[in-house]
Design a protein around this ligand. Sequence first.
Ligand code: IMP
Length: 209
Amino acid sequence: MTRKLGSGKLVIATHNAGKLREISALLAPYGVECISAGALGLPEPVETGTTFVENALIKARAAADASQLPCLADDSGLSVAALGGRPGVYTADWAERQWFEGEPGRDWYMAMGKVEGMLQAIGPDADRACWFSCVLAIAWPDGDTAVYEGRADGTFSWPPRGGKGFGYDPVFVPSGRSETFAEIDPEEKHRISHRADAFAKLVAEQFGG
Ligand code: IMP
């Protein structure tokens, strides 16, 4: 039997206001009151895991231990088949400008270009299959955990197209479509994305029948 959250307080282990808004809206119908780790002044743990599951659990566990409340964390990224699954858990790191220029900040165009450069180095027939992953981890203060994995398959497309999304959206064409995630309306992207897939599994198990 999987442990159930029920209604009540849930700490969202993110310091990102956008993620907190999105997750709060998704869980509002189930009577869950979301509080951000940032608002509680919880420290952000270092993500030392080598998988999305490990990193999501690290964040959820750190927040549950510090707050003594159930906590939800997510970890996500893009994996490219021909690159052995890279950038994977390092998706955000590949956009860190200081690796290249000694300046803080993220440069998504540079990160997408790095993937494209590696695919071009393989050759014109390189397999462009890729997928976004999203792992949601819940940790309870007593040590219990639950994990939900979501995935959206697609193709890495170059050059980047569209201005609606964020991160790697402009190069990701979901399977069965011709537009990138950044050309698709956000409401629709939220129905077909890796995050939607993971949330559907969480809601079904935590709040379903
Ligand atoms: P994290 O989950 O906050 O560690 O970030 C993972 C990185 O993956 C993000 O910074 C984005 O660049 C990328 N990513 C995750 N989900 C999406 C998405 O839906 N669209 C575009 N990029 C994404």
